[in-house]
Design a protein around this ligand. Structure first.
Ligand code: NPQ
Ligand code: MG
Length: 367
């Protein structure tokens, strides 16, 4: 296909509730929405970089700059054969994976609409509903945490992830485990520990957790290997896995036993599929992470998570967990069996609510 134009929208959307992690708390989510036009079709993508570089080094500001000044201009005009071809044409930019992933997503939506096929179908997904869980931010008190978890369980979520940080780790996790002995439970530290301070987490090993996510820094693959030898519970890497090569090396050195796949973090859905394939060959379970996506990115996560190697529930929650008002007309709801149904209309299978986009737009540029 040949791209005719790409429009960027810098959005700022109110969250249903503040979301706190070891790196900070937010009550509004920023992102970049991409609208790509080709041969009379319109495709949408989402770049998951946030306002601040707390989770990763990219921000809405860096992504805007890289998309506008480096990624988009050379892609307007030439024939783009497929996602791999698109990646090769973006390889002149080092890093900036979230920016690239946003563009790749718009490409997939266009391709699906042109061929009349859903993204799930294009990727080879094998399920029409995917198991999901909810990621619970750090709450003001342990009591608040217990009430919040109970509320999500009442809504039907069958797996809970709680965010932890130094001082709010073992006690919080023990309290949840005591209140809900059989609950599939996991924790995520978002890099808040070092190899030295992570010994504070050793009691977690007795709490029957599904996994412990990203205790150490993004660039600490080797120290994660050392830490994994101290735990019976599988470590899962999120921030550290920036592409298929990191995934292979982490598995080979024993830095983790499970991998969280986020298309944005690894530079695009095609890279996420490549990690999925590599992990499947080696019997390493993967699951789909979440970045508080809008309906656009959420639809993409559901399609990705429908691949057969996604063995654990994804951080893909219902729309109302995140946004009182979303930018898609479709709102995703939780099925009674803690699954969400994968869209089956062409492309991402969602339609964008232009009035909502307008309401949340801080800046817009047509390229
Ligand atoms: C994770 N997501 O698995 C991320 C962390 C996260 C659902 O836990 C703005 C920017 C908000 C980045 C919220 C979940 C974010 C963010 C959470 C990253 O580590
Ligand atoms: Mg994480």
């Amino acid at each position: 296909m040949k791209l005719d134009s790409v429009t960027l929208y810098h959005l700022k959307m109110p969250l249903a509730a503040p979301f706190a992690t070891s790196f900070g708390s937010i009550s509004t989510r920023e992102c970049i929405l991409l609208e790509a036009k080709a041969e009379g079709f319109t495709g949408w993508g989402e770049c998951v970089a946030d306002r601040a570089p707390g989770y990763a080094c990219e921000t809405t500001g860096t992504a805007w700059h890289i998309l506008r000044d480096f990624l988009v201009p050379p892609l307007l005009g030439p024939e783009i054969a497929d996602a791999d071809d698109l990646q090769r044409r973006m390889a002149h930019v080092k890093g900036h994976r979230m920016a690239k992933a946003g563009l790749e997503l718009a490409f997939w939506d266009l391709r699906g609409k042109m061929e009349g096929r859903s993204l799930r179908d294009l990727l080879g997904g094998s399920r029409d509903r995917v198991p999901v869980g909810v990621s619970v931010g750090i709450q003001p008190t342990t009591g608040d945490l217990l009430r919040t978890v109970e509320d999500y369980l009442a809504q039907g979520y069958g797996r809970i992830k709680i965010k932890i940080k130094p001082g709010r780790d073992v006690n919080d996790t023990e309290a949840v485990r005591r209140a809900f002995p059989d609950l599939p439970l996991q924790v995520d530290a978002n890099s808040a520990y070092t190899l030295e301070t992570a010994d504070a987490l050793l009691p977690l090993d007795d709490l029957d957790l599904l996994l412990i996510e990203q205790p150490l820094a993004e660039d600490d693959l080797w120290d994660h290997r050392a830490l994994q030898t101290r735990f019976g519970t599988p470590l899962c890497l999120d921030e550290s896995i920036l592409g298929p090569r990191h995934a292979r090396q982490a598995i080979e050195m024993g830095a983790c036993r499970i991998i969280n796949i986020k298309a944005g973090r690894v530079g695009g859905i095609s890279r996420g599929v490549a990690i999925h394939d590599l992990c499947r060959e080696r019997d390493v379970p993967v699951w789909c992470g979440g970045m508080l996506e809008t309906g656009v990115g959420r639809a993409a996560n559901l399609a990705l998570a429908s691949l057969p190697g996604f063995a654990l529930p994804g951080d893909i929650s219902a729309t109302d967990r995140y946004y009182p008002r979303d930018i898609t007309h479709e709102r995703f709801t939780l099925n009674p069996d803690s699954t969400i149904t994968v869209p089956d209309a062409p492309g991402l299978g969602v339609t964008v609510d232009r009035a909502a986009v307008e309401r949340f737009t801080l800046a817009k540029i047509r390229l």
